[in-house]
Write a protein that binds this ligand. Structure first.
Ligand code: ADP
Length: 319
């Protein structure tokens, strides 16, 4: 089958412990936590026991070491994670507003995350990967973008599969050329994992004039065979050409929503690749997302398969 591959930013995240506008001074903080949407995704894949590998870069510093140690302990192949001798590991500061929404300050543009490119170890990994998961956030960084485009073409050509999470971040948004590239990837992908209103730009349609059903129909017609719509605390829905499955959310106390969508996607992809049916994979995905929001830190709530089984057995679902 070949490993599941993810490409992009590996950073640390530092979280404000107070909510509200702006950072206070001094601001009580938690972290650094290992982070970066592609890294969270692949960490959760590894924890679930799926063969998984990461392409990216970290600085030769403590933040880089922290990330590498975490990915290795999850069983992720890091042979294609470069160690940048000059530029540091990137970082993100996160704070939560009173309404629960998030504000990010990213320090990624001049970090190792933006400097890696095609290399021998990258080529070796891409040559044996069975699945590529693309994170929209990584597309805003030119070197990552080039590696993703090349890897996607090679893996699809060999009969591998592709999943795509739009993961739109206004702080990391790209120009019109990114939107065009994104649409090319939608045309190639087998599985699309938008979150809420991301469904509409993912379908290349304007929200005010389009219903959810129209956007789904358009994507299915373009050849995406599975669309999993993440609905935050309201669970998720799966759409295929011949079925719609609505998954009720697990009832949890949310303390930190960052990483939920990445863990959700990782669980769905890994369970499908381990041979599970779509409905069972959706249950594990909802469990992975819900479990992850119960811990502070983007990957601190990521569970193993046994931990998710236990979570599913012991956690009520809101119908
Ligand atoms: P993203 O982080 O990509 O925006 P979501 O916030 O929609 O993704 O979270 C992904 C999935 O995790 C949801 O579809 C849901 O199944 C689960 N989830 C997230 N937040 C909660 C929550 N507060 N309670 C229960 N499940 C949740």
């Amino acid at each position: 089958l070949g490993p599941t591959l993810c490409i992009g930013e590996i950073i640390v995240e530092i979280v404000a412990t107070t909510t509200g506008d702006g950072f206070r001074h001094p601001q009580p903080l938690l972290g650094p936590f290992p982070s970066g949407a592609p890294a969270i995704f692949i960490s959760q894949c590894g924890r679930l026991g799926g063969q998984s590998a990461m392409i990216g870069a970290v600085g030769a510093d403590d933040f880089g070491a922290l990330n590498l140690a975490r990915l290795q302990s999850d069983g992720v192949d890091v042979s294609a994670v470069a160690l940048d001798p000059e530029w540091p590991t990137g970082s993100a500061f996160v704070r939560y507003r009173a309404d629960g929404s998030r504000e990010f300050v990213f320090n990624i543009n001049h970090s190792a995350a933006t400097r890696f490119g095609w290399s021998e170890p990258v080529a070796r990994l891409v040559a044996r990967a069975g699945h590529l998961h693309v994170m929209g956030s990584a597309l805003s960084m030119p070197p990552a973008r080039e590696v993703i485009v090349r890897a996607a073409a090679m893996i699809k050509e060999r009969g591998g599969t592709l999943s795509l999470d739009p993961n739109l971040r206004k702080e990391l948004s790209g120009g019109p050329e990114i939107a065009e590239l994104f649409q090319c990837l939608v045309g190639l992908c087998d599985l699309l994992l938008p979150s809420g209103a991301e469904l509409f730009p993912a379908a290349g349609l304007d929200a005010p004039d389009t219903t959810e059903a129209q956007a789904i129909a358009h994507l299915l017609q373009r050849g995406v065979t599975e669309i999993v719509l993440k609905r935050g605390p309201n669970g998720a829905s799966l759409f295929t050409p011949d079925s719609v499955i609505r998954a009720a959310p697990f009832q949890v106390d949310e303390v930190d929503p960052t990483g939920a969508g990445d863990c959700f996607g990782a669980a769905y992809v890994t369970c499908r690749r381990l041979g599970m049916g779509a409905e069972a994979a959706l249950t594990y995905a909802c469990a992975a997302g819900a479990r992850n929001v119960t811990a502070v830190g983007p990957m601190e709530g990521a569970g193993t398969l046994a931990e998710l089984d236990d979570f599913i057995r012991t956690t009520a679902r809101r119908i």
